[in-house]
Write a protein that binds this ligand. Sequence first.
Ligand SMILES: [Zn+2]
Length: 509
Amino acid sequence: MVICITKEKFYLTTAIPYVNAAPHLGHALEFVQTDAIARYQKVQGKELRLVTGSDENSLKNVHAAEAEGIGTDALCARNAAIFRKMADEVGLVYTSFTRTSDRKLHLPGVERLWKLCDKSGDIYKKKYRGLYCVGCESFYEESELPNGVCPEHNKKPEEIEEENYFFKLSKYGKKLEALIESDELLILPETRKNEVLAFVRGGLKDFSVSRSQERAKGWGVPVPGDSSQIMYVWFDALGTYITGIGYGTDEKEFSKFWPADVHVIGKGILRFHAVYWPAMLLSAGLKLPKRVFVHGYITAEGQKMSKSLGNIIDPFKLFEKFGVDPIRYCLLGGVPTFSDGDFSEKELVARNNNELVANLGNFAYRTQKLIEKFYANEIPSAKLDADDEAQLAKTEEYAKKISVEMDKYELRRGLELLMELSSSFNKYLSDREPWKNEAKRAQTLYVSSRGLSALAILSEPFLPFTAEKMRKALEIKKVEWKDAGKELLKPGMKLNPPEQLFKKIEEKK
Ligand SMILES: [Zn+2]
């Protein structure tokens, strides 16, 4: 008899950012949120795919390249590398970085997607006049433009008239409404679900899915069978979610991982992901993603980040100055998971010093330092009393509580619970005073080391670099969520010499 154990799979994506400019802190927020979800699923033992990449076939990139006096391909290659560097630096566990200019891995899949929509009778040609915002790469109705300007870019859209291909979005209104209403296509949070439903119920209009070669300046994916037209950049960019796992190039991989468990996106592109994309998939006869996770925007010191205000926060500088995990901690713990939030260095310093250093860092260092001092780095054996058992039981209890929140994608709540667990151990250690209470020293330090080993696992989704450091110090080789309450550290086991996990940041006077 052959016993076949198939691992459960989990597939998620970040949005595929335009690379016309360098990444800002908002991109870092999305990468960090996506990564926390991914790592959490991974330590549940799931086989993971995470697709991120760069949206390169946009007119914005053409304009940005023109402004710099370089080729569009050169601009895209350079900027895509910067986004990739940021993904690497924040620790994003991506399995594919898909560039939409990739003719080998991306093109065949989007061509197939187009042909399938065409075959369903959902693509037709029509003469059109409309208002187009290049910043959004989107047409707008006059009624959608307060004071005649794009709400995202505060700029007047261009009036455009040409013959384009259209997609029959109007055909899918009822179907989409039912899918979203029933949560078969789950939109998180509820407020965004209601926003999409209102939009769908307002009646869907067909949308343009191509532009002339001339307007596209020859840049982009040609429409199959009509090289005078270039695919609308959103049509090909959304396709990244399937081409990134092999659609059109590796059918085995694609059928194993599609549909996506979750698309992580910002609120500004909700319509594309909750309306256009599912309609395209329905038309092509492909399964729909299970969830769309919609985060808000990040403000800097209370103000919207913008080039003109000169307050764009460069994530690379922050990582260099403060380390990655303190930034991850602020993005996941300081910014509400599903709405807008603020980032300031002042709050970063406060959170780093009062929470990471004083709570988790302090507990870890004291525990290890005391084990080094009194037991030559060896876990002591001890008889536990009822208080010890109660403290120990918290590891399993919190592993479950954090899971409940993470399964609902409540990342901030999950992180808060992690710190609550750490704080409870930190207090236990302080109250017991094992440095002077000799009678209870061994049992206190044994229980503390068990707490530390649980924290080394449970902090993996949020603070992966710190978690790894902790596991190294404790000689924990693998990381599985279900082990968090277990006795990973047994009496007699030798630990590595203690090191500080976080650095206190001196406040500027
Ligand atoms: Zn715009």
